[in-house]
Write a protein of this length. Structure first.
Length: 246
């Protein structure tokens, strides 16, 4: 009896080993298949994102090309009018007024004396949008006539908002863990006597609220500050929905 029982044991052990081996093989195949499918999905998604970005850049490039065609045609007509003696002084006045409006609207780069505020987050801290908004509001109240944040021109329709990892300005995302530089052209006579000391007080109040180890804030007087023009592909530049009132 014992001999028969021992003879059956190798068979049971063999079946057990076979089942375990098959299970391991099936599990390995399933894991490899899932990995392949996930990689394929990520690849397809990345490809689709890239394709969408290319289509969007092509659309913007086409819009800019069309705008340039119209502008060159308009310039050619104006040059012909000037060459023929039409328009004269009244035309030059219109051009000068248009240029002033463009400067006021933020469509031209400008420069003058001003201030620079640098916000540098400490390790692990993410700058809040309200900190940037605080300085922008204070600069407006101090008479700033032009401002930029990280070289994004601040205009009437500029948004400054935060998501989990970025601060969005004019539709462009900037990491909340990177420095932010605010530049402004302000009344020159008040820069050193009032504006810089006042902004340093604002900086001190903000540090007291969010902590000295959260963000470093520096305020500097600048003999010359250049504020870039608003880029034409920015969301704040869009005006296709606006219709003049007759």
């Amino acid at each position: 009896m014992n001999d028969k029982k021992d003879a059956r044991n190798p068979s049971k052990l063999s079946r057990y080993v076979t089942v375990v081996a098959v299970g391991l093989i099936v599990g390995l195949v399933a894991a490899l298949l899932m990995k392949t499918l996930n990689a394929s999905a990520v690849s397809d998604k990345s490809y689709q994102d890239l394709q969408n970005s290319i289509i969007e850049y092509q659309r913007k490039n086409e819009e800019l090309n069309n705008r340039n065609v119209h502008l060159y045609e308009y310039i050619r007509e104006l040059e012909e009018d000037l060459a023929s003696g039409k328009g004269g002084e009244s035309f030059l006045r219109i051009v000068e007024e248009k240029e002033q409006y463009a400067i006021f609207a933020g469509l031209r780069a400008v420069r003058n004396k001003g201030v620079t505020i640098t916000l540098t987050p400490m390790s692990g801290y993410k700058i809040q949008d309200i900190v940037i908004q605080q300085f922008v509001n204070e600069l407006s109240a101090l008479g700033a006539q032009a401002m930029s944040i990280n070289d994004e021109r601040k205009v009437a329709t500029t948004e400054i908002r935060a998501n989990q990892d970025s601060i969005i300005i004019n539709g462009v995302a900037y990491s909340r863990e990177s420095p932010f530089e605010i530049k402004a052209i302000v009344p020159p006579a008040k820069i050193d006597t009032y504006i810089v000391p006042y902004l340093e007080t604002v900086a001190g109040n903000l540090r007291a609220q969010i902590g000295d180890d959260a963000v470093a804030i520096t305020v500097r007087s600048e003999p010359s500050v250049t504020i870039p023009a608003l880029e034409e592909d920015r969301i704040a530049y869009q005006k296709d929905l606006l219709m003049p009132v007759e």
